[in-house]
Design a protein around this ligand. Structure first.
Ligand SMILES: C[S@@+](CC[C@H](N)C(=O)[O-])C[C@H]1O[C@@H](n2cnc3c(N)ncnc32)[C@H](O)[C@@H]1O
Length: 335
């Protein structure tokens, strides 16, 4: 597949994301995207004659995106306030909703709404929906099928650590049952079943606490479990879904950011502000990894990724917007 643009770890493909995504031989830990809203101006937004048609496209986009997500991935999806609930419910059939962020725009925008014309409160916000693979990080909620999906994802995400613990247990000549019985004696619990199974099985896998890890080392004796706990903990952090807020960054689900500046309006009707996208990349994309934006528009995500020291892959269906994005990237990446 020949990209429309490729430079310094940033690649842009021209075409329908449903087709391009199928041909991408790459999985991503973060997808950040701003699909057509079905609401605001822009030629791409008049594509649907009814809501059902829009949701049919959302379903296809979602499925094509989920296929490209790693087991520990995050998906950010921008949505128009009045449609966000519907879209969230649709995506939640495949992914676990984590947050419904309200992007609050400057209050001055409210002056643009004329009270004589309004028939409902005028929007001063957009929504940014956040999802993860089921169970990649959060706890099971007891919904039908949910625990199973969680176990599958947790099994995949943390398999290297689970495999290490299970192999060391084998080397020490213990069964999980024997560990569980020893743990029962240690804790004085009334039942044998308990935490011990979770350290070795992919079903509801969990990392032992530091205390329990060193207790296991003592139990097994000899030359097993020689990795230090801190080393294990670091690997655990590297494997799990990345989310790294820094002091001073918004901690809640209300984010106040200005809309795109005049400089950022390059002929695309709905560009996102670079500062907002840079912030989202900073907190949710592991350094030096690649981010995917299947609705790249004027290339804001691609540029922001590069400025934040990440790689990026974008897809855009309109050749005109591809050209705008490529020109923007060529100019801004000359450093
Ligand atoms: C809301 S805009 C994204 C704007 C972008 N966030 C920015 O900052 O410039 C959505 C974009 O998706 C593109 N698009 C629509 N359907 C698409 C599809 N099936 N595959 C790829 N791109 C598509 C549109 O041409 C439009 O540029």
């Amino acid at each position: 597949m020949t990209p429309y643009f490729a430079q310094d770890g940033v690649t842009l493909h021209h075409g329908d994301c449903r087709e391009i995504l199928q041909g991408l031989g790459q999985q991503f830990q973060t997808v950040l995207t701003d699909p057509p809203y079905g609401k605001v101006r822009g030629d791409f937004d008049q594509a649907w004659t009814n809501r059902r048609a829009m949701l049919a496209d959302v379903t296809q986009w979602r499925d094509a995106i989920v296929d490209r997500m790693t087991a520990n991935a995050t998906l950010w999806w921008f949505a128009w306030p009045s449609l966000a609930g519907m879209i969230e419910a649709h995506i939640a059939e495949r992914l676990n909703p984590l947050a419904h962020v309200v992007w609050k725009k400057p209050a001055s925008l409210a002056q643009k709404h004329s009270p004589e014309i309004l028939r409902a409160p005028g929007p001063e916000t957009e929504r940014i929906l956040m999802f993860e693979q089921y169970g990649a990080d959060s706890w099971a909620l007891g919904e039908t099928g949910y625990a199973h999906k969680c176990d599958e994802a947790r099994g995949m995400v943390f398999e290297p650590l689970r495999a290490y613990l299970a192999a060391e247990r084998d080397r020490a000549g213990f069964s999980t049952r024997q560990v569980a019985e020893a743990y029962q004696q240690k804790t004085g619990s009334r039942t044998v079943t308990g935490m011990a199974g979770h350290w070795f099985n992919s079903v509801q896998w969990s990392l032992p606490t530091e205390e329990n890890y060193y207790w296991l080392r003592g139990l097994f004796g000899g030359d097993v479990l020689r990795r230090e706990y801190e080393d294990l903990r670091r690997e655990y952090e590297d494997l799990r879904r990345y989310f790294a807020l820094k002091t001073g960054q918004p901690k809640t689900d209300i984010w106040e950011f200005p809309i795109a500046t005049t400089d950022e309006r390059l002929g695309h009707p709905t560009p996102k502000p670079l500062a907002l996208i840079r912030f989202m990349i900073d907190i949710s994309v592991r350094p030096q990894t690649a981010i995917l934006d299947p609705f790249a528009g004027s290339g804001t995500t691609l540029l922001a990724a590069r400025l934040e020291g990440r790689q990026a892959v974008g897809i855009e269906i309109s050749e005109r917007y591809c050209e705008i994005a490529a020109n923007r990237l060529r100019q801004k990446l000359l450093f």
